[in-house]
Each structure stands twice: as structure tokens, then as C-alpha cells.
Design a protein around this ligand. Structure first.
Ligand code: ATP
Ligand code: ATP
Ligand code: MG
Ligand code: MG
Lengths: 254, 254
């Protein structure tokens, strides 16, 4: 099944919110998703109730000492499996940044341990294009790019598209991708302007579904849960359901 | 005058928007601010109309070849001075991440070249706690921390407070700081909850002024200008004026 990197090097566009809520829905639908948190800030880890005190129980141990990924899987409070991040992951860039195959390590680990033979993997990373986020992109066969409906996020998307094309050249494979507009506020002229510009630039790669700006999505982290537990009838819950349906129908999750 | 690092390792909380609009106002008030963009994404550089094609004309040249900072100052279209960022800055972490004094390089350069004898310096960085953002913090005598009014941003603030205290211990100096709540939506219960929690945790370090969620602030980048040029009568313009007045009155800019 699909290995999806949820990435945009612009900060605060909804990467973590999107990973959280798509994983929740995939779990509810019995797909047994595995979430890998590559962000040293470990926000997704915290919201999932998967925090580990010692970095030896986190993804850092995989990079530092070659620990097996399956051994790091935690069955989080939230109800699905997470490989937790840890602040020590911020050392990965400076410590292992120059290794010959460091960009391919997560990919190699997932393949070696058959981690996704019959389940989807979702990967969340910090907004910098560095060793960790590139690990998630190299390990992915799909990239989902959340873009908040504002101009600075759109700039980030253009940069990312150039990066993905350069990587496709290097990896000699097509990175299937989708752009999903998030924090969409239908009352703002700017939202519609961004929508139109993104579709002009990326055409069918832009999801039909837009995730509306909905305060319930911002509240759920305070209760360490996803939108379906926090506010199942909210607009945010509907939008993520519609988004997942669209991604499934279009074969993005195969 | 003050050297201010505008930093929060959470993405999308308004670091760039705050640096842009405070610099604009300082320039309008004749304070001749110098903005240093340390974010490889170079969004502030782009909005200021200070983009340089070649990294030799950007801050990267200072790190790579020891170029003088004053030689890199560009008088940007927007009307004040900027040392531009460039995508090549993303190599700084992996290339120079382990140098003995790399965290102090920007500080040493600013001091050596007397860059801020009679003008304020504002520094914008990417949301990761790494070599570049630490360079801005080591070079600063003030840290301004924008926090968007949502729970994930508040988590980021707690982490940052711990980091600043650890740094104070190492640098043996007090880092004067202010937290400013941004994207505040008075209609949301969550906004008031965050406001109360932040003031409980950080007391007088939290600015009285809050920057409201105001679409004009998100629109100005599309016109490559600041809020005072784009929408001088907007709520966003008022809030940044009130914020600067408060920072000046409380001696934060001395
Ligand atoms: N559709 C939405 N409606 C309302 N709030 C949202 C929405 N999507 C995200 N948010 C809120 O916006 C903030 C930023 O979102 P999030 O942390 O998911 O982005 P991110 O891209 O993972 O950020 P970072 O770059 O820091 O990792 C969070 O407080 C989140 O709760
Ligand atoms: N008070 C506000 N009202 C409305 N929109 C805002 C406000 N502050 C910031 N924004 C918008 O929110 C988005 C994120 O802000 P900004 O890019 O300044 O944050 P940042 O912390 O610099 O992000 P990054 O971590 O990616 O560097 C931008 O599109 C910006 O225009
Ligand atoms: Mg995130
Ligand atoms: Mg920024």
C-alpha cells in the first residue's frame, strides 16, 4: 500500500493536522496505518499520546544505532501505530548529514523490514528541506502537499515543485503528488485567488477537496485526539473524510 | 541599539510577517533598521524585493567565504536595508554544523563590523532550531517570539523557553524576551484560552498587544510590500503600530 510523505517546506500549513486526521480515518476504516514522525518537535507524537522520554525508544535510535523500525513502533493512546519522534532527531542533520546513503536510510529500512506490505505509511516532517524530510520523500511513493490558502504558502509550493522535479531526475522515478488546499476561508477573496492560481499551475494535481478553516481542527490537539473524536460533526471532520474518499477513488492510496 | 531575533521553532506563527511589518514601521520612524534574513526559503527577502540570483550576493557568502556583512547589504525595493537569504543557506547546517565557533559567527561579524551602533537589527530565521536560527539568537540581545493563538504553537513556545534558558546558562547572559500573540481571533474561545495560559506561564514577558487575525496582513506579500503600504487603515497596521509602541515604551528596542 501507499507510502505517503506529507510535506511542504512552508511552516504551519497543516502537515501535522493532515497526517493526524488522515491516519485517524484510515484507522477507523480498518486500514491499520503506520505513522512515522520525523519532526524533532514531535508535535504529532505528542498529540497521538506516543511521547517517549528517552530517545532510544524513538526514530532517533534508528538513525543513531540502526535499531529496527518495527521495534520502535508504539501503539499510541490515540489508537493506531506511531514511530515516535524525539528532540534528539535535530542532531541528524549535523551528525549524519554527509553520509553517502543517509537520504535513503528510511526507505531502505521500510523495504528491508516489509513495513508496508499491507498497510499505508504516513510520514510527517518538519518544514525544512533537510536530511529528515528528504528521508520521508525518498521513502515515499506519494507526496501530499498541504498548502494553506495564503500567498506565502503558495511560494513554498513553487519551491517544492522544483525540488520534487529535481529529485525525480535523480531517483529516476515519478513522484506521484497531490496538492491539498488547507485553511480555506470562503469569505476571503485571497482564498479564491490562491485556489485559482494553484489550479492554473498544477492542474489535476490539486485536490478537488479543500479543507476549510475550522476551529475544531485547531482545538483537537489540546485534547490529544483527532477531529473525529473531538468534533465528528464538524466541517473539519467532513472535509478530511471527503479528502480521503477523493484520494482513494483516484488511486492515490494503492 | 537592539539586535532582535524574531524566532519560534513552530512554523507559520508570523515570524516573517512580524519582522516585515516591524521593520517597515521602524523605517517609517527614521530608525534605519537592518533586516537579516537567515531563512533559506528567503520569503522575507522576496517580499522585500531583495532577491539575489547568485548566492554570492547573499548571507551564504558570509558563511561560505567570510565575506563582510556590510558588503552584502542591499537597499531593497521596499525601502530599507536587507541582507538577503538564499536557498544555498540550507547547506550551512550540514557543512558548517560542527565548527567550533559556528554558532557565534553572525554575532562576531555584527560586532566586528559595528553593524548596529546606531540602528536596530531584526533577524528572521526558519522554524528549525539549528545552526542558522541559533546564529540569530547568539547575535541577539532580545528575542521576540510570535505565537499564533493555537495549541500547537503554544507547545512550541514551551520548548523554546526551555531552549532559551539552557542558552542563558551557556552564554552566561540574560536573553531579554517578549512573547507576542499573533493571529488572534477574538471570536474563538481557543484564542482567549491560549492568551490566559501564556500569561499564566510567562507573565510580564507576554506583550499586552495582540496582533489580530487580519486578512490584509496575509495579502501584503502578494504585492511585495508591508501592511502600511498595502492597507494603512487596517487592523493589522494598527496592531503592529501598537506593538512597536509597547516595545519602545518598555525599553525593548534600546
Ligand atoms: N483547516 C484548519 N482549520 C483551522 N486550524 C487549522 C487547520 N489546519 C491546521 N490548523 C491549525 O494551524 C496550525 C498549524 O497547523 P499544523 O501544525 O498542522 O501545520 P504544520 O505544517 O504541521 O506546521 P509545522 O511547519 O510547524 O510542522 C495548528 O495550530 C493547527 O491546529
Ligand atoms: N495576524 C495575521 N493575520 C492574518 N494572516 C497572518 C497573520 N500573521 C501571519 N499571517 C499569514 O500566515 C502565514 C504564516 O505567517 P508567516 O509566514 O509570517 O509565519 P512564519 O512563522 O514566518 O512561517 P515559517 O515558519 O514558514 O517561516 C502567512 O501566509 C502570513 O501572511
Ligand atoms: Mg507539523
Ligand atoms: Mg517565515
Amino acid at each position: 500500500m501507499a507510502k505517503i510523505a506529507i510535506f511542504n517546506q512552508k511552516g504551519g500549513v497543516g502537515k501535522t493536522t493532515t497526517t493526524l486526521n488522515l491516519a485517524a480515518l484510515l484507522a477507523k476504516r480498518g486500514k491499520d496505518p503506520l505513522v512515522i514522525d520525523l519532526d524533532p518537535q514531535a508535535h504529532l507524537t505528542a498529540v497521538c499520546g506516543a511521547v517517549v522520554a528517552a530517545s532510544e525508544r524513538s526514530l532517533y535510535e534508528f538513525y543513531c544505532n540502526g535499531a529496527s523500525l518495527s521495534g520502535l513502533i508504539k501503539f499510541a493512546n490515540i489508537g493506531w501505530k506511531v514511530i515516535p519522534a524525539h528532540l534528539d532527531l535535530s542532531k541528524v542533520d549535523t551528525r549524519f548529514g554527509k553520509g553517502p546513503n543517509v537520504l535513503n536510510r528510511l526507505n531502505a529500512g521500510i523495504v528491508r523490514e516489509n513495513l508496508n506490505t499491507d498497510r499505508p505509511i504516513l510520514m510527517d516532517a518538519c518544514p525544512m528541506l533537510g536530511v529528515l524530510s528528504l528521508n520521508s520523500i525518498f521513502a515515499a511513493d506519494r507526496v501530499l502537499v498541504p498548502i494553506s490558502a495564503d500567498y506565502l504558502a503558495m511560494k513554498g509550493a513553487a519551491q517544492l515543485e522544483r525540488t520534487l522535479r529535481a529529485l525525480e531526475h535523480v531517483l529516476k522515478k515519478r513522484m506521484e503528488r497531490r496538492y491539498v488546499i488547507t485553511r480555506f476561508d470562503a469569505r476571503r477573496k485571497m482564498s479564491w485567488d490562491i485556489d485559482r492560481k494553484l489550479r492554473e499551475s498544477y492542474g489535476a494535481d490539486v485536490c478537488q477537496t479543500r479543507v476549510a478553516e475550522n476551529v475544531s481542527l485547531a482545538e483537537s490537539p489540546s485534547r490529544e485526539c483527532d477531529i473525529f473524536k473531538h468534533a465528528p460533526a464538524s466541517r473539519g471532520a467532513q472535509d478530511y473524510q471527503t479528502l480521503l474518499d477523493e484520494l482513494e477513488t483516484s488511486g492515490f492510496l494503492r
